[in-house]
Design a protein around this ligand. Structure first.
Ligand SMILES: Cc1cc2nc3c(=O)[nH]c(=O)nc-3n(C[C@H](O)[C@H](O)[C@H](O)COP(=O)(O)OP(=O)(O)OC[C@H]3O[C@@H](n4cnc5c(N)ncnc54)[C@H](O)[C@@H]3O)c2cc1C
Length: 447
């Protein structure tokens, strides 16, 4: 049974995964929590909504397909707390498709880690023998460097790959293909530490940690009221923007709301970095080193199935991932670090991806496009460039009763759902320490 604390009242600002995770952790040990969310629904950047708000019978879509890996130990713990872990379906296969339609499959075999991919890796058709040797050498170097080098936050991933003499095909078709989607940044701009972490935790440290989890329900359903029934001490307030976190006499005194104010014993800001300066101008948190990297999601509805594959990564084109949402008729495409698409008109994006899709799935040529929807998330994540890691703030601030959460804070992970939940748990730990009864919520990494 979870140890309970003497009850105190905590206000959480922001109902994305970071805020929700902080609320669940604090509510589970006997603290009263009131969470304020500006929008009518929860989940922040990992959410879903009706495609047409005037038509409740129409499709509900995720703002963008979200996936996790089995190594996301804290996100999975959070889903367990809300009893929704069975709504995440794990896939043991990664499909890679080349233009022209040639398919390769990567999955773990019988050999123990780190050799578990050896069988399927040897059969990958999109890499030459030379590129496979490069990648194998690179993966060995990940094992050596990840825990031993201290400059990985100072150099880019591309610097590191060039230092390891990775050839163009290994870089473009393997490292870039995996990492741009995982970190939402280009190899030229991403700090090497994040790239090595993805390969260490996701591919090398455990035989099953690479398995990809895909929610089988719209994202917002994972945080529904029913999921919170076991947390009677947590009150979630949607449509309740906090206008200001008022600091007076070196402490947070109250939250300014549209229709009054609200006071608690401690306050967690789970806001994105670009909102913090406006909502808490006196919090003294430096956010000026942070910039954004965009993600573009494209939903296409065809009159017939265009593929039977559940998902695939598409090589050598703009589109990086395809997810099959509805028997091959509703397809969701994802382009990470999509700066090139930000200025492009929506119709041009649709035309571009349709012409690219035909290179991978010939059935597209005969299918009729019934509906298309483009979501440009300009502020998808922070850009995880070199030198930024030590600028990410920790949970505790210079204001004793104010704590920070959010995927941009120092969670130990890049901007992901796992990073957001970790930051929420870390903030909850800092709050309990402030109350004089420190508790642990963070789950350790798989290795
Ligand atoms: C398109 C896209 C695709 C992604 N794909 C993946 C993926 O596949 N896998 C993965 O792990 N991660 C993915 N991510 C990243 C992941 O979604 C984020 O890292 C994570 O959801 C961030 O959570 P957060 O709680 O830190 O911030 P947010 O989700 O931004 O939450 C902040 C919340 O604060 C609220 N808020 C703002 N101002 C106020 C105010 N004044 N008062 C009250 N509330 C306020 C906002 O409405 C929001 O709900 C993706 C992100 C995007 C945008």
């Amino acid at each position: 049974m979870t140890r309970q604390s003497a009850q105190r009242h905590v206000a959480v600002v922001g109902g994305g995964l970071a805020g929700l995770a902080a609320a669940a952790a604090l509510g589970s040990v006997g603290h009263k929590v009131t969470l304020f969310e500006a929008r009518p629904f929860f989940g922040g950047r990992a959410t879903s909504y009706p495609l047409n708000s005037a038509d409740s019978t129409g499709p509900t879509i995720d703002n963008c397909q979200h996936v996790l890996l089995r190594c996301c130990t804290n996100l999975l713990d959070f889903y367990r707390r809300l009893h929704v872990e069975d709504r995440i379906h794990f896939s043991r296969e990664f499909y890679w498709i080349e233009p022209g339609g040639r398919l390769s499959l990567m999955r773990a075999g019988r050999l123990p880690r780190p050799l578990h991919f050896t069988g399927s890796f040897a059969k990958l058709r999109f890499l030459s023998v030379r590129a496979k040797v490069d990648v194998a050498r690179g993966l060995l170097a990940v094992q050596r460097d990840y825990h031993h080098r201290h400059d990985l936050d100072q150099i880019t991933m591309l610097d590191w790959l060039q230092e390891k003499r990775q050839g163009p095909q290994a870089i473009e078709r393997f490292w870039r293909q995996v990492l741009v989607s995982a970190i939402n940044e280009d190899l030229e701009r991403m700090a090497a530490v994040h790239g090595l972490q993805v390969f260490w935790l996701g591919f090398l440290s455990r035989g099953d940690s690479y398995q990809m989890g895909i929610p089988s329900v719209p994202l917002a359903h994972l945080y529904s009221a029913e999921s919170w029934r076991e947390y009677p001490l947590v009150e979630l307030r949607p449509r309740c923007p906090v206008q200001e976190i008022n600091i007076a006499g070196g402490q947070v005194a109250s939250l300014k709301l549209q229709d009054g104010s609200f006071s608690a014993d401690a306050y967690v800001s789970a806001l994105p970095f670009e909102r913090l300066d406006t909502v808490a101008p006196d919090a003294n948190v430096k956010t000026d080193r942070f910039t954004h990297s965009p993600i573009t999601g494209i939903h296409l509805w065809f009159d017939r199935p265009i593929t039977r594959l559940p998902h695939a990564t598409l090589l050598d084109r703009t589109i990086q991932w395809m997810f099959n949402k509805e028997g091959g008729r509703h397809i969701q495409l994802v382009v990470s670090a999509s700066r090139k698409l930000v200025e492009m008109p929506r119709q041009e994006i649709i035309d571009l991806v349709l012409s690219e899709l035909k290179d991978f799935f010939p059935a597209v040529a005969n299918a009729r496009l019934e509906r298309a929807h483009v979501v440009k998330e300009i502020r998808a994540t922070f850009s995880a460039g070199p030198g930024l890691e030590w600028q990410r703030p920790a949970s505790a601030t210079t204001i004793p009763n104010l704590f920070l959460a959010g995927d941009w804070t120092r969670s130990g992970w890049p901007a992901t759902m796992e990073g957001a939940v970790r930051s929420g748990y870390l903030a909850a730990e800092a709050v309990t320490a402030h109350f004089g009864d420190p508790m642990r919520f963070l789950r350790p990494d798989v290795a």
